[in-house]
Design a protein around this ligand. Structure first.
Ligand code: 6U4
Ligand code: NA
Ligand code: NA
Length: 156
């Protein structure tokens, strides 16, 4: 039986830069990504996103925009990850290293795709041009995408 795990993923933007974090432990360890994690009981997805951004990057924002909905399935695994992607340009606090993430600003034309989830190079261009998007990716292990679809959407 298929079940879905709901996750958030937040990108802070500032002019020509994007804030990424190097994941030090757990799922996606050793890769750069946005900040986020499992949505907990009793919180909305956006509340979960705000909390994870604060916990992992030390940055507080109450002005998130939902820009993407991505689903990831792994061959042989019953759980589909449903990732809700947000961006913000208004926040308080200086990005600070946590147990889970080491934050660093990147120029948007220097995003380190070789050290990220392989799907990121496919949908980042949509995010960076300001589009909203929806996608599905079937992975074999954590490195190979067997098939996917990705489309721009007008709204969520
Ligand atoms: P724990 O350690 O249980 O507290 P938690 O922070 O709740 O973990 P975590 O870090 O496992 O959750 O969440 C995974 C993060 O990775 C979420 O922000 C979603 C993101 N993610 C998962 N698959 C991804 C993929 N294929 N591409 C991508 N981000 C992905 O860009
Ligand atoms: Na996390
Ligand atoms: Na969490």
């Amino acid at each position: 039986m298929v079940n879905r795990k709901i996750l958030s993923l937040v990108f802070v933007r500032e002019s020509t830069k994007i804030l990424l974090g190097f994941k030090k432990r757990g799922f996606g360890q050793g890769r750069w990504n946005g900040f986020g994690g499992k949505v907990e009981q009793g919180e909305t997805i956006e509340e979960g996103a705000i909390r994870e951004l604060q916990e992992e990057a030390g940055v507080l924002s109450h002005d998130l925009s939902k820009i993407g909905l991505l689903e990831f399935e792994f061959v042989g695994e019953p759980t589909i990850l449903q990732v809700h992607v947000f961006t913000t340009t208004s926040y308080i606090g200086l990005p600070t290293e946590s147990d889970e993430m080491k934050p660093q600003w990147f120029e948007v034309d220097r995003v380190p795709f070789d050290e990220m989830w392989p799907d990121d190079s496919l949908w980042f261009p949509l995010m960076l041009k300001g589009a909203k998007f929806q996608g599905y990716f079937l992975f074999h292990g954590h490195h190979n995408i067997l098939k996917y679809n990705l489309e721009e959407v007008e709204r969520f």
